[in-house]
Design a protein around this ligand. Structure first.
Ligand code: AMP
Length: 431
């Protein structure tokens, strides 16, 4: 049957067990972030368009061509958030806590929207997990944030990741660097695509997003932000590197790393995974000391990161711990209500297990064959084969007040009084 409706291009549906894996990774994240004093914030998916043009930057790819922007019924321009930092900064200012006690540690988990060309690992709706640390101007801000990030990545089973890091200095560094880039590239502009010519004239830093190999080659021997770094930013950068070294966080300096959002100052970083190909980062982040002030708040330094959840889960070795599975099988419709009660008892005795009742009550033979199929797919479904059971409940068992307990791994079957069920289930759990 051809479906009449399809998911919007670049969006996708996720089902179990993949959704279980997402949820488990998110709970690892919540645990690690809480342990570092970070609390969850939820901001709206819809924001006023101007928030992003002001913060992300008018000439960035995101704002220029990737936003889902539309007028609401009163003609106000709204945008589905393409990233969450601007929304968090707006919320912190609006609530009045940008002038409150510091540091302020917040994190978010949620969908973002960008009208990009869909390809492997790149979606129009994608998940991000991000953290923002406000009120710390010194390098300890970067150190804490990256230490937390690596604790999370380690908990997801990564072993060989390293941070690619750079400093883009201050606004003055940016404009001097930008001018130098323009001079370096101007003579070649005639051969550029229309888009790259626009980048060159509006914001040469954006040329780092160009896919054109000849532009990339020109950029490889172009000046870097480091050539224009002020003394204070240079010292800050050295200190960040020293603290990360002490914390045992593997870093590689990348002098030409310039991230795709305009609000960064000083530190910028990325973590790439070889499995995603050279261009694709699992996460990116940096310091944004001027953003809060530029949105009308107080001068408030900040540093943060955003992890692409889809890509993270694509490459993370992480598997959630396998769960037990129990099927309560009524012989026919007469045993159904009893089966529902037995299932409730099993749930109490085996927390964390997935306990199902065969609601269609199709009889033992069909029920057991379904249990066999699920047993075969146990690994893919995230079940622990040692903890997969069927509780058979027939007319005989009902009359005698017993249940028959079948261990799917061994095929062993045993009938015992129903009051023994919780004890046996509990014992099965420890086995
Ligand atoms: P950014 O907000 O551009 O700094 O991106 C942070 C991270 O979000 C990137 O490193 C990616 O992992 C992820 N990301 C950005 N855009 C997409 C997308 N269209 N699809 C999937 N992940 C994305």
């Amino acid at each position: 049957m051809t479906p009449q409706y399809r998911a919007v291009k670049g969006t996708r549906d996720l089902f179990p067990p993949e959704t279980e894996r997402w949820a488990a990774a998110e709970s690892v994240c919540r645990e690690v972030f809480r342990a570092h004093g970070f609390g969850p914030i939820r901001t709206p998916i819809l924001e006023h368009t101007e928030l992003f043009t002001r913060s992300v930057g008018e000439t960035t790819d995101i704002v220029y061509k990737e936003m889902y922007t539309f007028p609401d019924r009163r003609g106000r321009s709204l945008t589905l958030r393409p990233e969450n930092t601007a929304g968090v900064a707006r919320a912190v200012i609006e609530k009045g806590i940008a002038t409150g006690p510091m540091p302020l540690r917040l994190y978010y988990v949620g969908p973002q929207f960008r009208y990009e060309r869909p390809q492997a690992g790149r979606y129009r709706e994608f998940g991000q997990i991000g953290a923002e640390l406000f009120g710390v101007a010194g390098p300890a801000g970067e150190a804490e944030l990256l230490e937390m990030l690596f604790a999370f990545l380690k908990a997801l089973g990564f072993v060989n990741l390293s941070v690619s890091i750079n400093s883009v200095g201050t606004a003055a560094t940016r404009s001097a660097f930008s001018e130098a880039l323009r001079r370096h590239l101007a003579a070649h502009a005639a051969a550029f695509s229309e888009e790259d010519r626009r980048r060159l004239s509006e914001n040469p830093l954006r040329l780092f997003e160009s896919k054109d190999p000849s532009v990339r080659a020109l950029l490889s021997d172009a000046p870097t932000p480091r050539d224009f770094l002020d003394e204070e930013s240079g010292r800050h950068h050295e200190e960040v590197l020293r603290l990360l070294g002490e914390a045992g966080i593997p870093c590689e300096e990348n002098p030409s790393l310039v991230r795709g959002l305009d609000y960064y100052t000083r530190t910028v970083f990325e973590v790439l995974s070889k499995e995603l190909g050279a261009q694709d980062a699992i996460l990116g982040g940096g310091r944004y000391d001027n953003l809060v002030e530029s949105l009308g708040g107080p001068a408030l330094p900040a540093v943060g990161f955003a992890i692409g959840e889809d890509r993270l889960l694509q490459v993370a070795p992480f598997r959630p711990p396998a769960a037990g599975w129990v099927l309560v099988l009524p012989q026919g419709p007469e045993e159904l209500s009893e089966a529902l009660r037995v299932a409730a008892e099993v749930r109490l005795a085996a927390p964390g297990s997935s306990v199902e009742v065969d609601l269609l009550a199709r009889g033992f033979r069909k029920g057991l064959s379904r249990a066999g199929l699920i047993y075969d797919e146990a690994v893919a479904r995230g079940y622990d084969r040692e903890r997969m059971f069927v509780v058979l409940l027939g007319a005989d068992e009902k009359a005698a007040g017993t249940v028959t307990w079948k261990n799917l791994a061994t095929g062993e079957q045993e009938t015992f009084p129903r009051w023994e069920l919780s004890r046996r289930v509990g014992a099965g759990r420890q086995a």
